[in-house]
Design a binder for this molecule. Structure first.
Ligand SMILES: Cc1cc2nc3c(=O)[nH]c(=O)nc-3n(C[C@H](O)[C@H](O)[C@H](O)COP(=O)(O)OP(=O)(O)OC[C@H]3O[C@@H](n4cnc5c(N)ncnc54)[C@H](O)[C@@H]3O)c2cc1C
Length: 554
């Protein structure tokens, strides 16, 4: 087992962070921080990363979960961006085919809608060309009849036809964790539940370290590094305030909410991208027997850690669904779960909100603290390459060190070592057979192989060797294996870590959470040595999440 990713080794990792001098320390364990850690560590830069919550607990588990091709940028004719994002999408898929799945989307075209038939056709063709979309994934235009054949529940009035194109569906939290595991495999020292409270400076006022607090055991340590990157997402300004470097360029946060329905209530056959009554565009995606729909986009200035849907958010998304699917008559009581995330958008205070930017930016304060903000899941690898190029040149200027250039383009992430996307199907087939031979139901084997990719062997090892232990805890062996793997290989510390960010069940399979939560609590409690107070705290936290995902704030 790789001890670098084991929650059982927190004390050793804390001691290492305290004792050693790093080239680079990253603050923030979302996709941005994880990407930087992987790029830097794989170039030979001695890298550390700390995250104050669980990895991906910020925006990186709360997105629309799409590896976008950048189609939306075409509307503003941002040609270079479309080309770059399209190519990145292909790279992300190639390096992690188990966490990104090609998904055909339909964009229905209505009379007086935001996109006409002609503009959609030209736009999608241009997009195929710019993003060098693979042959089998290029767009097609659909007649009204064909559109209705593919999605019979669309509103028929005013429907002219549809455009069909491919996007990639992902699991944002698992993508982040797989990148983090790969970074650790390349030598990065990474730790969750470790919060940076203050920066440490030398006599010249240059930042040389941080004071950080272990949020689980209230232990404070100092971590020293030659360069420090602030990759704190919605919290980047909180850290810039601590660095006294908050200037005119500041974050403006907007909230995006998604709702989840059972397929029996919202039986969507096909992923779609559609107009709302107020002229925005939202998505609806079928996943694991559910359909999720979103997103909203409203200004936000409340609790950054636990954004939630409000009654207005709920009404807005339900209004958008009923606008395009009038026969479904979806109601608020139909929702099964939800999530809300915060977009950290960059704006200049003196220019007002009209000049807000949705692009990523990197800047450095006079203390040498480098901040990165505004990026997307899709562009994480490229963004990391840009920032690590900068860090490597600064390290070279500072201490004469030389590092390899970026080589993450052809580097599988953890679980993605399957020989590329083309071989993933064959890989899955043979591993599913192996799972069935171990006594697993075919559907369960399929789900495990799809989720864990090339790490499936480690789960199969647990399944083969620890059946009795699973029975002792009253758990099916595959659930037991997922918990054990999460503890020993995926930094899991709490029940919400497991039920939200490692399995996605809090969003997409609440019944599974309700069925197994007591047995999983007993297992985690024993393996992680929880005190009574801890077990109570983590249980209450899970119950609060189970409540909050279904109940809107008034
Ligand atoms: C509603 C919505 C939908 C989106 N949909 C998509 C999409 O479909 N596709 C796409 O490509 N992008 C999408 N995005 C954008 C994407 O999700 C984000 O850009 C990305 O997740 C940001 O990652 P991050 O690592 O910068 O921030 P985060 O994931 O928020 O990570 C920052 C981390 O820093 C930690 N931190 C903060 N302060 C400290 C501290 N003092 N000490 C230690 N750690 C600290 C936080 O706990 C947090 O985990 C969407 C965003 C939203 C809000």
């Amino acid at each position: 087992m790789d001890s670098r990713c084991s929650s059982l080794n927190r004390h050793e990792t804390l001691a290492k962070l305290q004792a050693e001098q790093f080239d680079l320390l990253i603050v923030g364990g979302g996709i941005t921080g994880a990407g930087i850690a992987l790029d830097a560590a794989s170039r030979g830069i001695k890298t550390a990363l700390v995250e104050m919550q669980d990895f991906a607990a910020g925006t990186s588990s709360r997105s629309s979960k799409m590896i976008h091709g950048g189609l939306r940028y075409l509307k503003n004719m941002e040609i270079r961006l479309v080309a770059q994002v399209g190519r990145e999408r292909a790279i992300v898929h190639e390096n992690g085919p188990h966490v990104t799945t090609p998904e055909w989307m339909i964009l229905p075209i209505y009379k007086n809608g935001s996109m006409g038939k002609f503009t959609t056709s030209i736009g999608l063709s241009l997009y195929d060309f710019l993003a060098r979309v693979k042959k089998g994934e290029r767009k097609s235009m659909l007649s009204k009849d064909k559109t209705l054949q593919m999605e019979p529940k669309f509103k028929q009035e005013g429907l002219l036809g549809g455009g069909r194109f491919v996007e990639y569906r992902s699991d944002d939290a698992r993508l982040t964790i797989e990148v983090m595991k790969e970074a650790a495999a390349h030598g990065a020292t990474v730790l969750n539940y470790t919060k940076v409270n203050a920066f440490i400076y030398d006599e010249a006022g240059q930042v040389i370290g941080v004071s950080a607090n272990d949020q689980l055991n209230d232990q404070t340590i100092e971590i020293h590094a030659k360069k420090i990157v602030n990759a704190a997402g919605p919290w980047v300004d909180t850290l810039r305030e601590k660095d006294n470097s908050l200037d005119q360029k500041q974050m403006h946060l907007t909230k995006g909410v998604h709702l989840i329905f059972d397929q029996s209530v919202f039986p969507l056959r096909q992923s779609i991208y559609f107009d709302t009554p107020d002229g925005r565009m939202v998505i609806a995606i079928p996943r694991d027997g559910k359909t999720y729909v979103g997103t909203t986009d409203t200004d936000y200035d409340k609790d950054l850690t636990h954004p939630r849907m409000t009654v207005e958010d709920l009404d807005y998304v339900i209004g958008a669904i009923n606008y395009i699917f009038p026969n479904l008559q979806i109601q608020a009581s139909d929702i099964e779960s939800s999530w809300a995330g915060l977009r950290p958008l960059i704006h200049e205070v003196d220019k007002g909100l009209s000049e807000i930017s949705r692009k990523d930016e990197i800047w450095e304060s006079s203390s040498g603290l480098v901040t990165i903000a505004g990026g997307k899941l899709t562009g994480y690898r490229k963004m990391a390459e840009t920032i690590v190029d900068l860090i490597a040149s600064k390290l070279q200027a500072q201490s004469g060190q030389n590092f390899a250039s970026c080589h993450t383009k052809n580097m599988p992430i953890s679980g993605g070592h399957v020989g590329g996307s083309k071989k993933f199907k064959t890989f899955m087939k043979s591993k599913i057979e192996q799972g069935v031979a171990l006594g697993l139901h075919r559907d369960i084997a399929y789900r495990l192989v799809k989720k864990y990719g090339s790490n499936i062997d480690k789960l199969y090892e647990i399944i083969q060797n620890e059946k009795e232990e699973a029975t002792k805890f009253g758990l099916p062996v595959e659930v037991y294996a997922q918990v054990m793997y999460a503890i020993t290989e995926e930094f899991v510390c709490t029940l919400v870590d497991f039920f939200w960010r490692r399995t996605g069940a809090l969003l997409f399979d609440i019944d599974w959470v309700q069925t197994w939560k007591t047995a999983v609590t007993a297992l985690m409690s024993e393996k992680l040595g929880w005190r009574e107070e801890e077990q109570e705290r983590f249980t209450m936290e899970l119950e609060k999440h189970l409540h909050d995902v279904t109940a809107p704030v008034q």
